[in-house]
Design a protein around this ligand. Structure first.
Ligand SMILES: O=C(O)c1cc(=O)[nH]c(=O)n1[C@@H]1O[C@H](COP(=O)(O)O)[C@@H](O)[C@H]1O
Length: 251
């Protein structure tokens, strides 16, 4: 694993990914535009990424995904989890969308992750390959919910175990909660890209998320990207909410 951090946790840049979780195309475009407008404020001037996932893609299809992403870098979050051949073939079907990031579940195992790696390398031209991200333990799970699935380790140990497995099998990065960033950096070094949902600005409702932090806390912990949905999209003024979150990442 690479040693020698390029940035300390505190100075590592953190970029916002806005999660456009809706079935409605016009709504997704409106939220995208609100985030883009927020990012043009002079103190920010850093365009966001957008995430489209299961809800939007099942409702609207891949062509609509491309339309909504427009020129913004796209995190296509379909969390593939199946036998290796099926996952690899599915990745081939996603190439036309030109995502910047794709997700699989690390718990699909080494052969599945390695097959996904090969599929990304085969299906996308060099220079246009998405980052292959492996989801470790969903941020909606706490220790009790994880144990109920038959995993006896702590959440932290399971995240690190799956993180090591995924990176050694070819993943470029991991999806984890902000609570595990330090442990993953200690185990895997600075190179794996850490994409971090479970973000809740102070005072906002946790909803179904269990392992949460504020944007500033996740930035200070060393997240490369934070993923934020409802705290922006369900806010009375999504552009203002996005701007406030982006401002927290500038420190
Ligand atoms: O892969 C993800 O993006 C993801 C992984 C995870 O462990 N937890 C998690 O919340 N997500 C996604 O991140 C987004 C979080 O949305 P909010 O909870 O509304 O901010 C949702 O689109 C989730 O699907």
């Amino acid at each position: 694993m690479p040693a020698g951090p390029a940035h300390s946790a505190r100075t590592r840049p953190t970029r916002l990914i806005v999660s456009l979780d809706t079935k409605d195309r016009a709504q997704a475009i409106a939220w995208r535009d609100a985030a883009v407008n927020a990012s043009k404020r002079p103190e920010i001037m850093r365009p966001p990424m957008v995430k489209l996932g299961l809800e939007f893609t099942y409702a609207q299809g891949l062509e609509a995904v491309s339309e909504v992403a427009g020129d913004l870098p796209l995190f296509l979050d379909l969390k593939l989890h199946d036998i290796p051949n099926t996952v690899a073939s599915a990745i081939g079907s996603l190439a036309r969308v030109r995502p910047a990031m794709l997700t699989i579940h690390a718990s699909g195992g080494r052969a599945m992750i390695a097959a996904a790696r090969r599929a990304v390398d085969d299906a996308f031209p060099e220079g246009a390959r998405p980052l292959l991200l492996a989801v470790t333990v969903l941020t909606s799970l706490d220790a009790e919910a994880l144990h109920e699935t038959g995993v006896e380790s702590s959440v932290a140990d399971q995240v690190v175990r799956l993180g090591r497995l995924a990176v050694s099998a070819g993943a470029d990065g991991l999806v984890c909660s902000p609570h595990e960033i330090g442990l993953l950096r200690a185990a895997l070094g600075e190179e794996p890209v850490l994409v971090v949902p479970g973000i809740r600005p102070a005072g906002s409702a946790a909803g179904d998320q269990k392992r949460i932090m504020t944007p500033a806390q996740a930035h200070a912990a060393g997240a490369d990207y934070i993923v934020v949905g409802r705290p922006i999209t369900r806010a009375p003024d999504p552009a203002a909410a996005a701007a406030a979150i982006m401002a927290e990442l500038l420190a």
